[in-house]
Design a binder for this molecule. Structure first.
Ligand code: ATP
Ligand code: MG
Length: 434
């Protein structure tokens, strides 16, 4: 992509409405534009990040045995009357009336709808377990939308739902999702700590929230410094490995302020106590038969009797993650994208547009990296190009100036560490390719 032709409207000034770094940087780097309160348009660079996160989430859900489907954003009020949540949900739910005066709503979550789908399609114990999921826009009419995409009203969520025949199997589904989440965050390149959490609106009795630590986080968190995520990517989806993994990530104390237990906290050595703020990027729940019973969903068991499935639900805030990652990974100059989700892995900075050697090297690099690089081919000062590349946070910058170009060399800069290397073009390419 040539920067001169791109739709990446970066801003030099700091937007007045943005209170925190990620919101400021998302606007300044041209990732999103606010369309109305808590509602954002994703511009090309922002959409690339969103899509990359979505793809990692999808691959890890699939690896855990979950199956993707797509439910609509609009739901019928009657469905929510079945579970009793239509009135309970209150003002956060956007209620809509169609031309026939039928009551609809823009889904804030999908427990009712997925239960209705399984109720119609799975009739026998042989049809379970199932973990369907989708990645779909949600709407919650938040009292105070703020911090950009961190607390929007319209936001993208991955939500999975598990249906099992008994408690042991439901707990295993819960552990599979715990592993899928830890693998997802590891692949994205961030640390998110699972914390014991309250179950809130969804109901039930077992829940973990996944928090990215950041001083601007909305939740108070307490955790043991000995927490270690370990290498989730090496864990297999068999029962013994899942149990061991679950044990290892949940035995160290970690809780949100709502679930904080001062008695247990007192038993942890002071040197290991950590208190801070976290951004909730995901939450998993086990809630048993709450929806299967209220919505009368049962399957026929081996002995001909009815079994009401044990359920759980599992959310990841895909759009919130974009802001949360920036909140955790930025400096004064701009964003520092993890390699796996950067909109462009590499920026090519042509410091002397029109110089034969510079142009030739830049064109060949642009052809080499294709869609995964952004070529700053503007007629601009070098300083402006450096600032723009740092702001946008590309993991690698290939800086092409006339002195080096004459010798067939470029300067390679790693955004995260600010390391610089002067290298022949081919070596720079090899290093970026890793
Ligand atoms: P919060 O406590 O932040 O309001 P929640 O607990 O109500 O969130 P869940 O129902 O657990 O949210 O939804 C799953 C995930 O969806 C959350 O972990 C979060 O990452 C994301 N999410 C929830 N509300 C929003 C929002 N208003 N804007 C962006 N992402 C959100
Ligand atoms: Mg939550």
């Amino acid at each position: 992509m040539r920067l001169s032709q791109s739709l990446i409207p970066t801003l030099k000034e700091t937007p007045a409405e943005a209170q925190i770094a990620s919101h400021r940087l998302m606007l300044r780097a041209g990732l999103v534009r606010q369309m109305s309160s808590g509602i954002y348009a994703w511009l090309p660079a922002g959409l690339r990040v969103l899509a990359r996160i979505e793809q990692i989430v999808r691959e890890e859900q699939n690896a855990a045995g979950a199956q993707e489907l797509l439910m609509p954003t609009i739901q019928s009020a009657d469905l929510w009357r079945e579970s009793g949540r239509y009135d309970a949900y209150g003002k956060e739910m956007l209620r809509i009336t169609d031309r026939h005066d039928r009551e609809l709503l823009f889904g804030p979550t999908n427990e009712e709808m997925i239960t209705a789908i399984l109720r119609d399609t799975t009739k026998s114990y042989r049809d379970l377990p199932q973990i369907p999921y989708h990645i779909q826009w949600k709407f919650r009419d938040e009292v105070r939308p703020r911090f950009g995409v961190l607390r929007g009203r319209e936001f993208l969520m991955k939500d999975a739902y598990s249906f099992d025949l008994d408690y042991e199997s439901a707990l295993l589904s819960y552990k599979k999702m715990m592993l899928a989440y830890m693998r997802t965050f590891q692949r994205i390149g961030i640390t998110a700590i699972p914390m014991r959490a309250d179950t809130g609106q969804i109901g039930g009795d077992l829940s973990h929230e996944f928090h990215i630590l950041a001083p601007t986080g909305e939740s108070g968190v307490f955790y043991d410094a000995d927490f270690k995520a370990g290498n989730a990517l090496s864990v297999k989806y068999d029962e013994a490995a899942l149990n061991q993994f679950y044990q290892s990530v949940t035995t160290k104390y970690a809780a949100t302020d709502e679930k904080h237990d001062t008695e247990i906290w007192a038993t942890i050595p002071d040197a290991r106590k950590r208190e801070g703020r976290g951004i909730e990027v995901g939450q998993i729940f086990y809630f048993g038969k709450k929806y299967s019973e209220s919505m009368n969903y049962s399957v026929i068991g081996p002995d001909g009797g009815k079994i009401f499935p044990e359920m759980g639900s599992y959310g990841i805030g895909v759009s919130r993650l974009v802001g949360a990652i920036i909140e955790a990974q930025h400096d004064d100059a701009g964003i520092i994208w993890p390699d796996a989700i950067a909109p462009f892995r590499t920026a090519i900075l042509n410091l002397r547009q029109g110089d034969g050697a510079c142009d030739a090297i830049c064109e060949s690099l642009h052809a080499e990296f294709g869609d995964d690089c952004l070529y700053d081919n503007r007629e601009e000062r070098a300083g402006a190009k450096f600032a723009e590349a740092d702001l946008m946070g590309h993991p690698w910058q290939i800086i092409v100036g006339p002195r080096g170009a004459a010798k067939g060399e470029v300067e390679l800069k790693r955004r995260a560490s600010a390391e610089r290397f002067e290298l022949p073009v081919a070596q720079a390419v090899a290093m970026v390719r890793g």
